[in-house]
Design a protein around this ligand. Structure first.
Ligand SMILES: Nc1ncnc2c1ncn2[C@@H]1O[C@H](COP(=O)(O)OP(=O)(O)O)[C@@H](O)[C@H]1O
Ligand SMILES: CC(C)(COP(=O)(O)O)[C@@H](O)C(=O)NCCC(=O)O
Ligand SMILES: [K+]
Length: 244
């Protein structure tokens, strides 16, 4: 594979799909959407595909992307016991979400030390990996939108318009603030409890809701929006070298 190889990473989460175009190690562009970007002028030699969606949805997305890039080689990434000098904590390694696996691998290679990885998306995932690259395990909790949605769908009177969600002073004094800030506090309390256990670890955050959480979290952390894509690049490149 040439140094300037063109790679497309497809990271399909349960809410959105992130498409990341690499030329060598450089990220040319990132697009978030529900289907493959078209007319990008980008011709990837290889596509690294990471999906946490169902087999059926993943197959449909595979077909959609391959139709846009028919001559590209395809590598579907799956969670393994080891990859890129990282060891998976799961008893059944393949059951660890591929987004979590790739985030842990990227964090290990970026931080090169003890790290806690927070990925705030459809779900909020927290994974711990030590400086030796041993994944110690982690948590899955509902994401911010999922928490709000569960309150709306399971109650008769929790109803509010998006324009009612405003920054306020003091305790929430409206349904919109009570729900929005209650869900934030749930997530923040969850993360701060874990921080008490791993205060010396470097905290790394990614995911579409990272910013929504970051500015209220009293923890020193670093945001890597492309963490999962970077992990996919590392794992895909290792697999590609192994196949040569
Ligand atoms: N352009 C966007 N489209 C969709 N969700 C977005 C966008 N920007 C931020 N978000 C937030 O990111 C969350 C999805 O985060 P993401 O990490 O993409 O989820 P997943 O990987 O689980 O699909 C949404 O719940 C939403 O709050
Ligand atoms: C927990 C997840 C659904 C999170 O996915 P996302 O929030 O990106 O949609 C995904 O990591 C997953 O399907 N995990 C499998 C179960 C596990 O990791 O134990
Ligand atoms: K994700």
């Amino acid at each position: 594979m040439s140094v300037e190889s063109r790679i497309l990473v497809v990271d399909a989460g349960n809410t959105s799909i992130k498409f990341t175009a690499f030329e060598g190690e450089k990220v040319l562009w990132v697009q978030r959407g529900d289907s493959c970007p078209v007319e990008t002028g980008f011709a990837p030699e290889v596509i690294y595909f990471a999906s946490v969606r169902s087999k059926e949805q993943s197959a449909l997305l595979h077909a959609d992307v391959q139709a846009e890039f028919p001559s590209s080689e395809w590598i579907t990434l799956t969670s393994q016991a080891t990859a890129c000098f990282v060891r998976n904590a799961y008893i059944e390694p393949e059951r660890l979400g591929i987004d979590r696996w790739l985030g842990v691998i990227a964090a290990h290679h970026l931080i090169k030390g003890d790290a806690v990885v927070v990925d705030a998306g459809t779900a909020i995932k927290v994974d711990v990996v030590n400086r030796e690259g041993v994944h110690l395990g982690g948590y899955i909790a509902p994401g911010l939108a999922m928490m709000t949605e569960s309150l709306l769908s399971k109650t008769a009177r929790i109803r509010f318009d998006s324009h009612e969600v405003v920054e306020g002073e003091g305790l929430p004094n409206s349904t919109a603030r009570a729900v929005t800030e209650g869900c934030h506090e749930m997530a923040l309390g969850f993360l701060e409890r874990i921080h008490h256990l791993y205060p010396e670890f470097k905290w790394v955050v990614t995911g579409g809701d990272a910013q929504a959480l970051l500015n209220r979290l009293g923890i020193a952390l670093e945001c890597f929006p492309n963490l999962v894509a970077l992990g996919a690049k590392l794992v895909g490149d290792e697999q590609l070298r192994g196949n040569k």
